[in-house]
Each structure stands twice: as structure tokens, then as C-alpha cells.
Design a binder for this molecule. Structure first.
Ligand code: PGA
Length: 250
């Protein structure tokens, strides 16, 4: 099954609007005409306008890093899916492990966010992944199953057609430790099987599962050569335009 890969940047809490424009000035010429993979940059909210403006009429899509499940309301500090859509975003990360670890995100709130995003034309990048203690205790399979089952709760295959999943083992994020292509592939296979169980085999065959966790230009080729790996979600190595372009062109 040929699936078009998605190479996505997750800038986390880095860059000002000015730095965002400077990034695109260098990045865009490096990836011009690249259509083998979809390219997405998920920027902090204050940078979205600069990112959208810089990437207009190019092959680079822009996304946000989190979204609230209500359309609007008294939720100080939150941003809704219709707001991101109105701005021109096409993607949004849902349930990143840093949200789960530091901001009280649970499987249930991830499910609410995912359902809200799937009510719009935004493409969600749903993050799942085990922490080190879970891997060492042999719980990886259980954790991935639980995270998928809970995220997919009351989500139909029809609604989820655009869903992208990112497998991000928490022990590999920002640590310089990358899952080997085999370890990642194994986890991706598990997630795909879970999607087949909940949705259908056909759905699972089309589902793009990205790998995230210390992806760098030096390890991108090996990871991206795995049949199970349909792209990358890149944190620190996406902040530098040359390094992110090198990953896009692995
Ligand atoms: P990293 O982050 O590439 O810096 O490990 C990946 C992520 O958190 O999405």
C-alpha cells in the first residue's frame, strides 16, 4: 500500500513571528517543487499568521499544536477548531505527550479534542506513545491499545477519514534517543491493527502513522525506509530550516 508520507514540524514553544518569517525565507526555496511528501509546520499560535502568510501558495501546510473541543465559550486561554480554520490552518496536533505530561491532558480530553477537530475540515495529528517505565515494564502494547481505543471512542471511519497518527515514544522525545526503525515499525503495526479493529482493514491500510522522537537528518532515511512508517513529526530538528529541509528530502 503506497501512502504519501507527511513530514511535520512541531515547533513547540519556540520562535517569534519575525523568526517564523526568517525560517520560511530560508526553508521554502529548499523544498520548492518537493511533492513526494506532504510538508506541514505546526507553529505556536502567535506565529500562525506569519507562517500562513509566508507559506501562502506554496507546498507547505500550516498547523497548530493544540485545540479546545468547544467551538467557543468562556475558556480563557483556549483556541477552537473553527478559529484555527478561519485563520487558514489545515492541521492540528492533538494529545501530544507534553500536553499529557504537563497540562493534565487525559485519554478522554484527547478524545473530545479529536472529535471536535473531525467535525471540521482540519486534519488532526493524534499523538500516542508510551513512557520509559511503561516500555521497561513491557506495557507498550497495552498503553498504545488503551490510548487508541480511548481516542477512537465514538469516532466513525467516515468522520476519521483524514486522521493522521503520530507514534511518539515519550522516552525518545527531546532525549536524542531514537527508536530503532524496527522498534518504531513494531509499534506502528500495533496501532494499525488497533485502527483496523475499530474502523476497518481498508481504513487501516490508508492510515498514515508518523514516527516522532529525535528525528534528525542523520536518522531520517533509515526511519522513512520502513514500510510501516508514513512520515515524521519533528521537534528540535525542525527549528532550523536547513535541518528540517534535509529531513523532508531524506
Ligand atoms: P523531538 O520532538 O524531535 O525534539 O524529539 C518530537 C515531538 O515532540 O514531536
Amino acid at each position: 500500500m503506497q501512502r504519501k508520507k507527511v513530514i511535520a514540524a512541531n515547533w513547540k514553544m519556540y520562535k517569534t513571528p519575525e523568526e517564523t518569517r526568517a525560517f520560511f525565507t530560508v526553508f521554502l526555496p529548499l523544498v520548492r517543487d518537493h511533492d513526494r511528501d506532504a510538508i506541514v509546520v505546526c507553529a505556536p499560535c502567535p506565529d500562525l499568521e506569519a507562517a500562513l502568510d509566508s507559506a501562502r501558495r506554496t507546498n507547505v501546510a500550516i498547523g497548530a499544536q493544540n485545540v479546545h473541543w468547544e467551538k467557543e465559550g468562556a475558556f480563557t486561554g483556549e483556541i477552537s477548531a473553527p478559529m484555527l480554520l478561519a485563520l487558514g490552518c489545515t492541521h492540528v496536533i492533538v494529545g501530544h505527550s507534553e500536553r499529557r505530561q504537563y497540562f493534565g491532558e487525559t485519554d478522554d480530553t484527547v478524545n473530545l479534542r479529536l472529535k471536535a477537530v473531525l467535525e471540521t475540515s482540519l486534519t488532526p495529528i493524534l499523538c500516542v506513545g508510551e513512557v520509559l517505565e511503561e516500555r521497561e515494564a513491557g506495557l507498550t502494547e497495552d498503553v498504545l491499545r488503551r490510548q487508541c481505543t480511548r481516542a477512537f471512542n465514538k469516532v466513525s471511519a467516515k468522520k476519521a477519514a483524514k486522521l493522521v497518527i503520530a507514534y511518539e515514544p515519550v522516552w525518545a522525545i527531546g532525549t536524542g534517543k531514537t527508536a530503532t526503525p524496527q522498534v518504531a515499525s513494531e509499534a506502528h503495526g500495533l496501532i494499525r491493527a488497533e485502527a483496523a479493529k475499530h474502523f476497518s482493514q481498508e481504513f487501516a491500510d490508508h492510515l498514515r502513522i508518523l514516527y516522532g522522537g529525535s528525528v534528525k537528518p542523520q536518522n531520517a532515511t533509515a526511519l522513512m525506509s520502513e514500510e510501516e512508517i508514513d512520515g515524521a513529526l519533528v521537534g528540535s530538528a525542525s527549528l532550523d530550516p536547513k535541518s528540517f529541509a534535509a529531513i523532508v528530502k531524506y
